[in-house]
Design a protein around this ligand. Structure first.
Ligand SMILES: [Zn+2]
Length: 445
């Protein structure tokens, strides 16, 4: 935090010297001021500080991004070849959509959208469930088992991949690619580096959302309205922005500034939504070309989706999903479907191969135990058996019911391959638990 006190700017307004020129005012100035009461002023300062911090980072990202766009526009610097090998093979022989991102940002959005390779991607078949894990480097963007930390670890590659994913939802209708690249880089700059809730998690969730939406036929001409598809992808990208690796539990226990600002109600999700909203109104926003009403409507949808990611609202969301109109009847008001899709994507780690899923499970335990330490609480057991035991419960109680809710909304067939993967993960963890329990029993006899 470089600017600690933004208040002086307003207290030195031109009207103030006139008031201070009276003897009474001068006397008052000589007396030490009492500590300010904790009132709205403090909230304002806290919000202001957060905004300043965010905009500072946005400015840094813009400078960085401008440099990077020049690099990838000049010669491809190896990025093109690296990403090209990861694109779904159906689009690789003719992938001007993505190649254009790397070569130049001056292409007409209309032309890019008409690119048949985009349609080919949307219609690509969903990979079979239980397919053998592909050798490292063989998974493609769009495969449910594609692992961002394993298959796409480079931050700049991740930026480009996100732009590609946004394009599949029709984002180029709203802004040119260089605008999207700058925005994505600014979002990245506003993510921190906790073990789990990093920008890599955001990319992973955005990628899972794309896989789910494609499987359910929600992308393309027959799918959701473009504004809803783009809003969903943007919400996934931004849903944990400025997460510091500390949950609502920590904020409530420590009564932090964020908890106070939001009266203890979902402070983290409110904060992610607030930062996102500010980014969408900043100079890096990709929504500037839209009329104000459309931009506001998109912003509202995006923040509504982000607010639904709070695990505390999980049961409420599933209850809403049990009575909501299924697709495509909900095409004109798909918010509940968008929220359920977001939740499924946020809970998608177990769709990945065991080794990739293990990266996330271990990262989450590291982050949780960081919070335990910050709260002076004993660490949670993080050995393989403890993680397996936790995952069985989490899959049973949270993950699988969320995917069932999605199946109700978009049809069982579309969600089946994903459910099969979750089921395989649950069986795997269950076996680990049973083996460990069996060993314990043997020792007891
Ligand atoms: Zn998340």
């Amino acid at each position: 935090m470089t600017r600690r006190d933004p208040a002086p700017a307003s207290s030195s307004s031109p009207a103030m010297p006139v008031q201070h020129s009276t003897p009474a005012a001068a006397a008052a100035l000589a007396v030490p001021k009492p500590a300010p009461a904790p009132a709205i002023h403090e909230e304002t300062v806290a919000t202001y500080k957060i905004t300043l911090r965010m905009l500072d980072r946005a400015a840094a990202a813009t400078a960085d991004s401008t440099k990077r766009v020049r690099i990838v526009s000049g010669d491809n610097d190896g990025y093109y070849d690296r990403i090209c090998t990861l694109l779904p093979s159906a689009t690789r022989p003719r992938s001007p959509t993505y190649a254009d991102v790397l070569r130049s940002t001056a292409t007409s959005p209309k032309r890019a959208r008409a690119d048949p390779s985009t349609a080919a991607t949307a219609a690509a078949p969903v990979p079979r469930a239980h397919s053998p894990p592909p050798p490292r480097g063989r998974a493609k963007l769009g495969d449910p088992h594609f692992s961002i930390p394993r298959d796409l670890p480079d931050a700049q590659d991740q930026d480009l991949a996100v732009v590609w994913l946004l394009e599949q939802a029709g984002a180029v209708e709203y802004a040119a690619r260089d605008v999207w690249l700058t925005f994505v880089a600014s979002v990245r700059a506003n993510y921190n580096l906790p073990a789990f809730h990093s920008f890599t998690h955001a990319v992973s969730v955005t990628h899972a959302l794309y896989a789910l939406m494609r499987a359910a036929g929600l992308l393309g001409e027959e799918g959701m309205h473009r504004r809803d598809a783009v809003a969903s992808m943007m919400a996934a990208l931004c849903h944990d922005v400025d997460h510091e690796g500390l949950s609502n539990v920590y904020h409530a226990a420590k009564d932090t500034a964020l908890a106070a600002m939001y009266n203890g109600v979902c402070p983290m999700e409110n904060h992610h939504a607030a930062v996102t909203s500010a980014l969408l109104q900043s100079r890096v926003s990709p929504l500037h070309a839209l009329d104000p009403a459309t931009a506001k409507s998109l912003r509202t949808t995006i923040t509504s989706i982000i607010l639904a990611t709070d695990m505390g609202k999980h049961d409420h969301l599933l209850a809403s999903a049990s009575t909501a109109s299924p697709w495509p009847a909900c095409r004109e008001s798909p918010l509940v479907l968008q929220q359920v899709l977001m939740k499924c994507a946020d809970l998608s780690n177990e769709l990945q191969d065991p080794s990739a899923a293990a990266i996330w499970a271990s990262a989450l335990m590291t982050e949780l135990n960081g919070e335990q330490a910050a709260l002076d609480r004993a660490p949670i057991a993080a050995d393989d058996v403890a993680i397996a035991r936790g995952q069985v419960g989490f899959l049973n109680v949270k993950v699988v019911p969320t995917y069932r809710a999605l199946a109700r909304l978009v049809g069982v067939a579309a969600v089946r391959p994903f459910m099969d993967r979750l089921e395989a993960a649950r069986e795997r963890y269950q076996r680990t638990v049973e083996d460990a329990d069996g060993e314990k029993m043997d020792e007891g006899h």
